[in-house]
Design a protein around this ligand. Structure first.
Ligand SMILES: [Zn+2]
Length: 137
């Protein structure tokens, strides 16, 4: 899996982004699973691309993740210059659910290694925005 898709997911284009954000606000990182074929998705999807069912359910992502791969960004994109350096990562949670996101700045760059335990937690940002990040489990 490459990193070319990092930063391109825009929750505002997702039908249920408001629901996702309201769960984050309640301190829960939730996503959806297809009740028909059992496939989980992140970001949440209201229709299953695999079996085309719309019978989906929300569930809380378990904090049993592990780091699959990561990259350290030394020069942030426009608007994020002050944030760099930070690490973007792909974590695997539960039954093969792959999630990308930022690693918490609490984790020292020298401590980051593939296979380390991760949990996914909501983070409040300035301007009342909310997102999620990975912390060391
Ligand atoms: Zn399905």
């Amino acid at each position: 899996m490459g990193f070319e898709n990092f930063g391109t997911v825009n929750f505002t284009t997702e039908a249920k982004s408001e629901e996702f954000l309201s769960y984050l606000d309640q301190g829960k990182v939730m996503t959806t699973r297809c009740k028909e074929c059992g496939t989980s998705y992140f970001p949440p999807k209201m229709d299953c691309p695999k079996c085309l069912s719309s019978d989906v359910e929300w569930f809380e992502i378990k904090n049993d993740g592990k780091l699959l791969t990561y990259t350290v960004v030394h020069y942030g994109p426009s608007g994020f210059e002050d944030e760099a350096p930070y690490a973007l990562a792909i974590g695997e949670f539960g039954d093969g659910l792959r999630i990308f996101g930022r690693l918490s700045k609490d984790i020292e760059e020298s401590d980051i290694k593939s296979g380390m335990g991760l949990k996914i937690v909501p983070v409040k940002l300035p301007d009342d925005r909310i997102t999620y990040e990975f912390k060391q489990a």
